[in-house]
Design a protein around this ligand. Structure first.
Ligand code: ZN
Ligand code: ZN
Length: 248
């Protein structure tokens, strides 16, 4: 399985990343990616960029070194209602919104039932495109329930390569189990590097192998083709417009 897009990448701007946009885009071109998403951590993460950073994202060209650049955020789910740590005005301007749980952003120490409810609420948040690293054992969720909610809203989940190599230790067993349940429901995933340095861009071998071992193929993985990524983002843009005209 080959990926055409890597939709979860950090730069120097997140406070704990080590490469510039130029280094990231150049590296993406070198490894043959057609599209990347720059997705800095949301405002609640210690060291995250100021909201001016997100307001200024249009300065980044839409194409660098022949690679299409999406501008997004890896937002934090900050309450049981599935709210994110970004003002709505900014979420509206993002090409892609990833959402997940991170330590130190207000959701530590809750129960699996609470994490499940908060994640389902985030799935139903019309601004959210992808739920990141759902296999993180630090924030356990009921996989069947969240994947069913994802199916209902046509939302994809992430298989995160960094969870299998660099961070969120102990994720492998749960990520593998998650992949099997994705297969059971014929749901959709994206496979991302979660790179924090240019050398990691597009490096998703561990996650690709895990997906394949658990029976997932290109039909389950949206970012094996950039036209599918664009269709997916377009679909949710339309849902957002539809939900905006519904009575409150
Ligand atoms: Zn990070
Ligand atoms: Zn990340």
């Amino acid at each position: 399985m080959k990926l055409e897009a890597d939709l979860h990448i950090h730069t120097l701007a997140c406070g704990h990343g080590y490469s510039t946009v130029k280094e990231i885009a150049e590296s993406a071109a070198q490894v043959g990616l057609k599209m990347i998403a720059i997705t800095e951590h949301g405002l609640a993460m210690p060291g995250a960029p100021h909201q001016y950073y997100f307001e200024n994202l249009s300065r980044i060209p839409v194409d660098l070194f022949g690679v299409e650049i999406l501008k997004g955020v890896e937002a934090n789910i900050i309450n049981m209602h599935g709210c994110l740590d970004m003002p709505e005005g900014l979420l509206k301007r993002m090409d892609i919104v990833l959402a997940g749980f991170h330590a130190g952003t207000g959701m530590d120490g809750l129960s699996a039932d609470e994490y499940t409810a908060a994640m389902i609420a985030a799935i139903r948040n019309p601004y959210v495109h992808v739920i990141v690293h759902p296999g993180n054992p630090e924030f356990p969720v009921d996989f069947d329930r969240v994947i069913m909610a994802g199916k209902e809203r046509q939302k994809a989940f992430e298989l995160n390569n960094s969870s299998l190599s660099a961070s969120r230790l102990g994720s492998a067993t749960r990520c593998s189990q998650f992949s099997r349940i994705i297969k059971k429901y014929n749901a959709r995933v994206v496979i991302n590097s979660d790179a924090h340095i240019f050398t990691e861009v597009g490096k998703c071998r561990n996650a690709i192998n895990m997906a394949a071992i658990n029976g997932l193929d290109e039909s389950h993985v949206i970012n094996t083709n950039i036209d599918r990524v664009k269709e997916y983002l377009y679909l949710h843009r339309q849902h957002l417009l539809d939900s905006a005209v519904l009575p409150a």
